[in-house]
Design a protein around this ligand. Sequence first.
Ligand SMILES: [Mn+2]
Length: 378
Amino acid sequence: MTFSAQIGEEFCAWLLPCSKQAFIHVLCDFDGDGLPAGALLVRALEAAGYTNVSAECRRKGESAWGEEIGARLAERAAAGQLDALIVADLGSRDGSIFDGIPLLLIDHHKPIGQPAGATLITSYGTGDSGGDGKDVATTGLLCFWCAEALCGSERANAWLWLAGISILSDLGDKAPFDELTAAKKKFGGGALRDATSLLNAPRRTTEGRADAALALLLKADGPKAIYSGEFPETAQLIEAKAEVGEALAVARKQPPRFSKLVRDELGADLVAVRIHTGCQVHPLIAMQWRGRFPRSVVFGVNTGYRPGWVTFSGRAPAGVNLIDFLARHRPPEADNSYGLGHNQASGGALPVAVWNRWSQEIGFGPEMLVVDEATTVA
Ligand SMILES: [Mn+2]
């Protein structure tokens, strides 16, 4: 059996006990992979005749295991509208998300556990182990395979653009998946790229709410309808993109800093670029500077994303395992957001005092110390 068929089979097996009237809620990440993943699940379930399907995306700083999402789920349950839950693109770890109902996790990040009684559908570990992780199916692609299994290929074909956006967003234009090639052919590569860029803007703003992006993905008939302006939500996405663009322009002017201390252990030097903004542009900064330092691990370090914390996002070259490195250097004070993700893309957030100790331990100099967190060191 092909991997895609196996994923579809696992999904249908999990869904089997759910009645068509069951209240099935989809909770997804708020980026260009998680959002189409959620939209694919809603569309497929509705097309298959499930009549009470709802969806929401996480908000800035939230985790599926956190109390904000827990409170919203409890509210939904109290209203009698939560019979089953699907959590997409938000990782997998131990601990309860919501007890007493069937729970399905669909994901591609490194699982560090699993909630008791939950089912996990994952693509983690399926790619070339020495590669760069760009051959591991995104959550959106996994959900597309679920949709195919549930509704048939012909029906699912109309949603290929959602799979295409998810692949472009997480893995880029060269990812080796037939679905990306087919989506580009059917919907246009340029249209898919433009839609992806716009959909990723709201979660990167200071406010970090992507509800409008999810709403668009639930009603658009293709990538063009995301940016054409035929739906009012597009204006919010354009505004978000402008805000993020301004923050990025400032962040780009910050200089790179270097550490050679862990070269023997890691097989790469470290580069860090320090910025100060409420916008989630530190991953973009890491990605952009990786072009200049392709053999190094590059960190975008943001002192303004979460008050009192230093939030950082790292990108590593093929063959360099950033998750393992972060695990070996895990400070005891680190929380559950530290060191998650992919072998070549991980990060975390540390309280300022912990960051100051940790950044010195991995070899960075005084320019990485956060003394006055309200200012960026120029
Ligand atoms: Mn993803």
